[in-house]
Write a protein that binds this ligand. Structure first.
Ligand code: MN
Length: 418
């Protein structure tokens, strides 16, 4: 049976290929299906959507037809109910969406439920419960040790035994596009004088964030094998960092105001289910981790994801996530080994991602080696740290099934004056 053409559709990406309607090589192709929350000019109330090519399928409207048994999960104006629903429901909904989207016979039903992504304003996708930031990249940790603690061992004694981390500020996690105001605070000048004022060492950290769906009870630890039962998906994170404030305050208890002014996340949460083809074995660990962290012989949770950092549109770094020393599964096992419970919406970030090459470093602190070798941009200007008006964009991609690319979208933010 041939479909009758119902007139021009407004959404590109949906009309471009024949069978599925979405170009197979689109980073938000049918193999990705990330979830987000959006508004548009006609509907100011937040709606849940899934990205399909250059369009958003409005699940708040479409769920009654596509997944009628799950409509309640798409009515809250954020992903919280979906996150709490658990692995079996996440998989069932993804399977149903894939069936609907891959069958051309459904195109007429779906077309009016698609919103061009250019018409949408993206919102913070879920209520961030607790926020933890790790430091699980050996290259980044080594670079920071060399820069900040010259003459001492680059890695602290604990670093290869546990995923080092700190509790951040959940309430200041903001969605991509939110302006970031240059923070003020205390810092110590090279001559030892302590002053107050706007940070002059504002930086980014290119990271990935893992979003907890299924909660856990107080006293329960999550083993490495429980990772996919509890973690729903992944977003891109920029852990904005004021290095001068951080350097003065972080001894002995770690970062506080140098990090808590803002953390930006991408608006799309990519389900773990989309990252099957990206899973790789993490690096060999020496010494062998204690049993609760030992993933030797377990299903590996290394992820072959490449980040790209752009400063004012210019590509300045391509950090490789695949070399991370500790995986997200080990981070989650460590977070809960003391019996700390998980809440739906907990976000834990990987730590800045840096590769061995100079153009793979995940922060300006490393790229400019603490302002001793400033970057020269295409317009001839130089940067040791971020200037007012600078815009930082971090994107990420992973290999998908059958040679496709899974996109994780973009986290973007512009620095406004103090
Ligand atoms: Mn960080």
């Amino acid at each position: 049976m041939e479909l009758v053409e119902a007139g021009p559709r407004q959404v590109t990406g949906w009309t471009e290929t024949s069978r599925t309607g979405v170009a197979a090589d689109h980073a938000f192709g049918l193999h990705t299906l990330p979830y987000g929350v959006f508004t548009d000019a006609t509907r100011p109330q937040p709606r849940i959507g899934v990205a399909v090519g250059d369009a958003i399928l409005d699940l708040t409207a479409a769920s009654a037809t596509l997944v009628p048994e799950h409509v309640a999960l798409f009515r809250g104006g954020n992903l919280d109910a979906l996150l709490a629903a658990g692995r079996a429901t996440w998989t069932a909904i993804r399977t149903a969406l894939t069936c609907w989207l891959t069958d051309e016979r459904h195109a007429e039903v779906l077309a009016p439920l698609l919103v061009p992504v250019t018409d949408a304003t993206m919102r913070l996708p879920f209520t961030v419960a607790d926020y933890v930031d790790f430091s699980s990249c050996e290259q980044h940790a080594t670079n920071l040790g060399r820069i900040l603690r010259p003459g001492q061992p680059a890695l602290p004694a604990n670093w290869r035994h546990l995923p080092v981390g700190y509790h951040g500020r959940a309430g200041t996690v903001v969605v991509s596009g939110t302006p970031v105001s240059r923070p003020s605070g205390q810092h110590r000048l090279p001559d030892g004088i302590v002053v107050f004022g706007p940070s002059s060492a504002l930086d980014f950290e290119a990271e990935l964030g893992f979003v907890v769906g299924t909660p856990s009870a107080l006293g329960q630890s999550i083993p490495l094998t429980g990772f996919a039962d509890h973690v729903f998906g992944v977003c891109v994170v920029n852990d904005w960092s004021a290095r001068d404030i951080q350097a003065w305050e972080y001894v002995p208890l770690g970062p506080l105001l140098g990090k808590s002014f803002a953390t930006s996340i991408s608006p799309w949460v990519v389900p773990l289910d989309a990252l099957g083809a990206a899973r790789i074995r993490p690096p060999v660990r020496d010494p062998r981790p204690l049993p609760y962290l030992d993933d030797t012989g377990a299903e590996p949770w290394g992820l072959d994801i490449t980040l790209e950092v752009r400063l004012n549109g210019e590509l300045i770094s391509r950090p490789p996530f695949g070399g991370m020393y500790w995986t997200a599964a080990q981070q989650l096992a460590h977070l809960t080994i003391n019996g700390a419970s998980l809440r739906t919406g907990d976000l834990f970030a990987s730590g800045a991602v840096s590769g061995a090459a100079p153009d793979e470093r995940g922060s300006l602190l490393e790229l400019s080696w603490n302002d001793s070798a400033p970057l020269t941009l295409a317009d001839g200007s130089t940067r040791g740290f971020l200037a007012d008006g600078d815009e930082v964009s971090i994107t990420a991609t992973a290999p998908g099934p059958e040679g496709t690319t899974v996109g994780l979208g973009e986290v973007r933010g512009r620095i406004s004056p103090s």
